[in-house]
Design a protein around this ligand. Structure first.
Ligand SMILES: Nc1ncnc2c1ncn2[C@@H]1O[C@H](COP(=O)(O)OP(=O)(O)OP(=O)(O)O)[C@@H](O)[C@H]1O
Length: 253
């Protein structure tokens, strides 16, 4: 079953064609990587998937439901962790999640348990009653993930969740994701510039470049394109599409 399917999805910002007729599908229960050069259209695709933007043309379905026609019920299916999530510095982690739970319509009696469970899942139990202003970058990212988990989603969209984290923070985040996937039939879509992250986490991958979908398939097949080297496979696609060597080098290993 497809957790996500897009057909000919197109989105412009004025003169900028951010997505140009993108058709892809993501199998339920898999972890799918969205790779691309800067400005490729990855965040735009995510915003279309959660209904924060509407397409100029094409369709996007999540869990079989057309996103442009879906209402609040989509929130119970999709947990979205944006690239830049900011929280009020004066609140504690528990207070932030309590507030988010209220905004999302979680019944009052259920909020304390749901908040505690989400904090536990991301390893923030001990820091739950500390002010968020004192949290590290990694803790902030984990709090953003906890917020997305409040609705117990079946689909998790993570926009560059480990960008800027030190290696220990990255490893911790990956461990949490691994645990989540073991415990439930979660579909995870993750945008990243880090090829090692795709190798570590994903079964399937898409490559976006300048709004065009250059590849949608198994990570192994992309690797195969580069003679067993993922970076070479990615680089060859971008080069073929007219990208400069400088653009390919923006992808971190
Ligand atoms: N609100 C906006 N107004 C105008 N142009 C925008 C807007 N948001 C994005 N763009 C442009 O659309 C294109 C796609 O942007 P998007 O943020 O989706 O790419 P991305 O792949 O997420 O990039 P990055 O890896 O740098 O975060 C870029 O050229 C970007 O400059």
């Amino acid at each position: 079953m497809h957790a996500i399917a897009t057909t000919d999805l197109t989105k412009r910002y004025g003169d900028v064609l951010a997505l140009d007729g993108v058709s892809l599908s993501i199998e339920a229960g898999t972890t799918y990587g969205l790779l691309g050069t800067n400005g490729a259209g990855k965040s735009t695709l995510f915003k279309l998937l959660v209904g924060h933007l509407t397409p100029d043309s094409g369709t996007v379905t999540v869990g079989g439901q057309d996103v442009t026609e879906a209402g609040h019920e989509l929130r119970e299916v999709v947990g979205y962790v944006p690239e830049h999530a900011g929280f009020p510095a004066a609140l504690t982690g528990r207070e932030v999640l309590g507030y988010h739970a209220r905004l999302r319509g979680v019944p009052k009696a259920e909020r304390p348990d749901r908040v505690a469970a989400a904090l536990g899942t991301v390893g923030l139990d001990d820091a739950a009653d500390r002010r968020v202003g004192g949290y590290s970058n990694g803790m902030n990212r984990r709090l953003a993930l906890a917020s997305a988990l409040l609705d117990r989603p079946r689909l998790l969209l993570l926009d560059e969740p480990t960008a800027g984290l030190d290696p220990l923070g990255v490893a911790e985040f990956h461990r949490i994701l691994d645990r989540l996937r073991e415990e439930s039939d979660l579909t995870v879509v993750i945008t990243t510039h880090v090829l090692a992250e795709v190798e570590a986490l994903c079964e399937d991958v898409a490559v976006l470049h300048d709004g065009d979908l250059l590849f949608d398939g198994a990570v192994d097949d992309l690797q195969e394109l580069g003679d067993d080297d993922l970076e070479a496979g990615f680089g060859s696609l971008v080069a073929e599409a007219g990208g400069s060597r400088g653009e390919t080098l923006e992808v971190d290993r």
